[in-house]
Design a protein around this ligand. Structure first.
Ligand SMILES: C[S@@+](CC[C@H](N)C(=O)[O-])C[C@H]1O[C@@H](n2cnc3c(N)ncnc32)[C@H](O)[C@@H]1O
Length: 451
């Protein structure tokens, strides 16, 4: 590029959207990537990055907003990082997601057919877990969500349509409580301050809440204890309260130490005819109602036989394996978080399912040292996908079928190409919308060995 675009301002039209939700316009034949834009937006932007092949712009003004933006449901929407497409009608959200993922797959696997995304019945109040960050306004800490595109700024929330109508009341009560104390919010630059997060988990089927206050240290223990007592008195729906200590610089709501201050210490969810116990550190699909749809689809797509042995790798609290257990001979579930495995074992007992076995293990080690074979291997890895050794060892196990569940198209497509090289073909690619109002997409892919 001989022309300098960087730091200059331009008016452009956004023509399309690409995964993971980035608007695309054209400037002098260069593609411009524009976060926070939609097809049909006409915007003024500043070019903030200039590459040989493309430019990146930051919107400074919307000249005309896309006709797709038809809803104004939340006053925080323009600033808040919690939702990205809450202003689009749900059917249009689904169409855009479908277009995005089809275009993305075309670059990697151009010949594959993608099924129609399965939408939700409940577009609002669907999350069973939210992590609200503390921000600081002069002398007063407050709770909110990260400002869109910023890791270090928290916008105060009076309302939120993501979890439950009770949640904003819990936030308000917490703000009120800490107003009269000298504690301060965690500062993302100086790494000082005590109050980091308030994590609120809710059982959608039992309407009970588990709250964790995440602090950098426990010097103000008596204050935290008093807060937990007052909070639980005010909201009897909260049946567990944890204090989590995270002194690390890394920005997470998880911590090394976890103290149960009050209550039973876990939540229970019901999916179909199964009950699940969930500990505070255990992974559980964030959209309970749609998790049932996801697991039902996995069961349908896997097309299992009563004699089948299946591996449920990255099994969390054992949900997928337990869901499939009655259709097969044996399930072996592997997960590295010991608390999740304890939950998984408990869940097997709770549901009187005896043909499952859960082990707290790293997937790559399990695959290396366990001699057993599986008819079907189910993998549901974290966002990073399969590490090369795990992928290689799955291929060495030579299963006839693999079901790959993924929340990240990038690592999914990368891994699918590897499986394809080893002779697997894709007999079903089924998107499921787990996260309305955001760009996230969950995928189920069925791979079968061509013999
Ligand atoms: C996306 S969650 C899947 C959970 C489960 N399948 C469900 O639907 O609830 C990914 C899980 O993989 C686990 N995990 C991450 N890396 C792992 C590894 N190397 N070996 C075993 N488990 C791992 C995480 O602790 C997490 O519970």
């Amino acid at each position: 590029l001989s022309i300098t675009y960087k730091n200059n301002f331009y008016n452009i039209h956004i023509d399309k959207i690409i995964y993971p939700g980035i608007g695309i316009g054209v400037l002098d034949h260069f593609q411009v990537e524009v976060p926070n834009s939609l097809p049909g937006d006409h915007v003024t932007l500043k070019i903030i990055k200039q590459y040989k092949t493309h430019l990146v712009g930051k919107i400074t003004q919307y000249i005309q907003k896309s006709p797709l933006r038809t809803q104004e449901l939340c006053t925080h929407f323009n600033d808040c990082g919690g939702c990205q497409i809450l202003d689009i009608a749900y059917q249009d959200q689904l169409l855009l997601k479908q277009n995005c993922l089809e275009a993305y797959f075309k670059d990697y696997l151009p010949n594959e057919k993608i099924s129609k995304i399965i939408g939700v019945n409940h577009v609002l109040f669907y999350r069973n877990k939210m992590e609200f960050a503390f921000g600081q306004n002069e002398n007063t800490p407050y709770l909110g969500l990260k400002k869109r595109g910023h890791f270090d700024q928290v916008i105060p929330l009076e309302d939120c349509l993501l979890q439950d109508p009770l949640t904003p009341h819990i936030l308000k009560f917490t703000n009120q409580y800490f107003k009269s104390h000298t504690l301060t919010a965690w500062n993302y630059h100086t790494h000082t301050g005590e109050l980091r997060y308030l994590s609120i988990r809710q059982s959608k089927t039992q309407s009970e809440f588990m709250v964790s206050l995440v602090c950098s240290n426990d010097k103000a223990l008596s204050i935290y204890k008093e807060f937990s007592q007052q909070l639980m008195q005010e909201f009897p729906q909260i049946t567990s309260f944890f204090l989590v200590i995270n002194p690390e610089i890394g920005d997470t709501a998880q911590g090394k130490t976890l103290k149960l201050f009050s209550g039973k210490g876990y939540l229970q969810e019901i999916l179909g005819d199964l009950k699940f116990q969930i500990s505070p550190t255990a992974f559980f699909q964030t959209n309970t109602k749609q998790a049932y749809v996801l697991y039902s689809q996995i069961l349908k797509i896997a097309d299992l036989k009563p004699t089948d042995i299946i591996f449920d790798l990255y099994c969390g609290t054992g949900t997928i394996g337990l869901f499939l257990a009655k259709s097969v001979a044996n399930v072996i579930g592997i997960e590295e978080n010991p608390a999740s495995i304890e939950d998984a074992k408990q869940n097997a007992l709770l549901n009187q399912i005896t043909n499952v076995e859960f082990e707290a293990q790293n997937v790559k080690n399990f695959l290396k040292f366990d001699p057993r074979q599986a008819d079907c291997i189910i993998v549901d890895p974290p966002r990073d996908g399969l590490i090369p050794k795990a992928l290689k060892r799955i291929i060495e196990k030579n299963p006839k079928k693999i079901i790959y569940v993924s929340c990240n198209l990038k690592t999914l497509c990368r891994d699918l190409l590897e499986f394809q090289k080893e002779g697997y073909q894709f007999s079903m690619i089924q998107p499921v919308d787990m996260f309305p109002n955001t760009w996230h997409i969950e995928m189920i892919v069925k791979l079968e060995k061509i013999s």
